[in-house]
Design a protein around this ligand. Structure first.
Ligand SMILES: Cc1cc2nc3c(=O)[nH]c(=O)nc-3n(C[C@H](O)[C@H](O)[C@H](O)COP(=O)(O)OP(=O)(O)OC[C@H]3O[C@@H](n4cnc5c(N)ncnc54)[C@H](O)[C@@H]3O)c2cc1C
Length: 268
């Protein structure tokens, strides 16, 4: 395909609106239990993928996934308005970084237009190019149109915990210790100086903290158990009580969850 800049821009914008689909890939057990008919399964997390257009905001990705299942997620940024195109091309890190690595590690396939106007998918582009568009810097290697993402398993409950310590409560010592403790925690735990996340229930978190970081004195009242999608809202808007449609807000009002980009979703 050959195209000049003007038409390419329109093409990309269109793709961003029709983009996200979730493709179930069932285990042998579930194929049997569903009579081999396929269909979406929230209980099997293996092999789940999503095709996402490059203009899609991360909030829209989270929203679409959460509408299908509460047991899958994507390690996208804390900011729901961040575009997946720039995010993936820079690598992309979030609160699940310790468990799942960079977001770009979860790109399985991509379509792009290179400088010669060729439309390429993973098979057509060389391995170096596929490597480069996943973290090698934004806009350097061509225009990425869409990406096939591997979704990650999410436990039914995650725990968000916030421990407030003022300056006269040995905060400097706590910060020094945090730098030592944080890298050696189990990978389910992300201990951030601003907002931490634990990919399981509060009891496990309290036990880990008591063992590794007793000075922080994390108690049950510091912790809130919730579904992963609620934690996304909590980090973005400091509240789990906000409607999840706020994740669709592109800055011009709350998005329409029945909008064309979801209606036109296709299976990969
Ligand atoms: C509020 C906020 C929160 C953030 N939080 C995080 C975070 O938690 N983790 C993290 O890793 N980063 C975070 N970032 C950084 C963010 O990932 C980068 O700023 C990213 O480049 C934004 O991409 P975009 O598509 O939204 O922006 P744009 O400005 O549209 O694009 C950024 C660059 O990427 C290029 N680009 C965009 N789409 C494509 C495409 N399809 N093909 C080729 N090139 C493309 C553009 O040409 C441009 O050079 C945050 C940024 C903001 C503003």
């Amino acid at each position: 395909m050959r195209c000049n800049g003007k038409y390419l821009y329109k093409f990309i914008y269109t793709l961003s609106l029709v983009s996200l689909s979730l493709s179930p890939s069932l285990s042998g057990h579930q194929r049997r239990s569903s009579g081999g008919g396929g269909g979406w399964s929230t209980s099997d997390v293996r092999g789940q993928t999503a095709w996402v257009g490059s203009g899609t905001m991360l909030g829209e990705v989270y929203y679409a996934i959460a509408n299908k299942t509460s047991r899958l997620g994507f390690p996208g940024s804390v900011g729901p308005t961040v575009g997946i195109g720039g995010y993936l091309s820079g690598g992309g890190f979030d609160l699940m970084l310790r468990k799942h690595g960079l977001a770009s590690d979860h790109v399985l396939d991509a379509t792009m237009v290179d400088a010669k106007g060729r439309l390429l998918d993973r098979a057509a582009m060389k391995a170096d190019l596929f490597w480069a568009i996943r973290g090698g810097g934004s806009g350097n290697f061509g225009i990425v149109l869409s990406c096939k993402l591997r979704l990650v398993p999410i436990p039914a409950t995650v725990t968000v915990f916030t421990v407030h310590r003022s300056r006269n409560q040995s905060t400097t010592n706590l910060l020094i210790k945090w730098q030592r403790v944080a890298p050696s925690l189990p990978s389910d735990a992300f201990l951030h100086v601003v907002v931490p996340l634990y990919l399981d229930t509060r009891a496990g978190l309290i036990a880990i903290m008591a063992d590794t970081f007793p000075e922080l004195n994390v108690t049950a009242s510091d912790c809130t158990e919730m579904m992963w999608i609620q934690s996304v809202l909590d980090f973005a808007f400091y509240s789990t009580g906000k409607p999840s449609e706020m994740l669709l807000d592109r800055g011009n009002g709350i998005g329409d969850p029945s909008g064309s980009w979801m209606r036109l979703a296709r299976s990969s």
